[in-house]
Design a protein around this ligand. Structure first.
Ligand code: FES
Length: 102
């Protein structure tokens, strides 16, 4: 398997006990994973993988999505902003307006 060009990790808020109890899950990050996967599939973005993670310890910015290997962290990601992030990826750009800065 080749390394993905973009591996999008979506916070699923999972705690050590396995419960999706954190801020991102409460703001629909679980549905966001499905949305991102469907968009990636429909756009034919073979170089993009979507995975769910545990809490990324950046809860105040949730829902959080991290893109590796670029290392870009996105905050407050909704289905609309996820589409903008994918638009930017398709164009070889970064959705700067959604980045966690600092
Ligand atoms: S619950 Fe998502 S970063 Fe902590």
């Amino acid at each position: 398997m080749r390394s993905p060009e973009h591996h999008l990790f979506v916070c699923g808020s999972f705690r050590a006990n396995g419960a999706p109890a954190g801020a991102c899950a409460k703001k629909a990050s679980l549905a966001l994973v499905q949305h991102l996967q469907e968009e990636v599939d429909s756009r034919g973005l073979g170089g993009v993988l979507v995975s769910m993670t545990g809490c990324l310890n950046c809860c105040v910015n949730g829902p959080v999505v991290v893109d590796y290997p670029s290392g870009n962290w996105y905050k407050g990601v909704t289905e609309d902003s996820a589409d903008e992030i994918l638009d930017a990826i398709e164009n070889g750009e970064v959705a700067e307006q959604h980045l966690i800065k600092g």
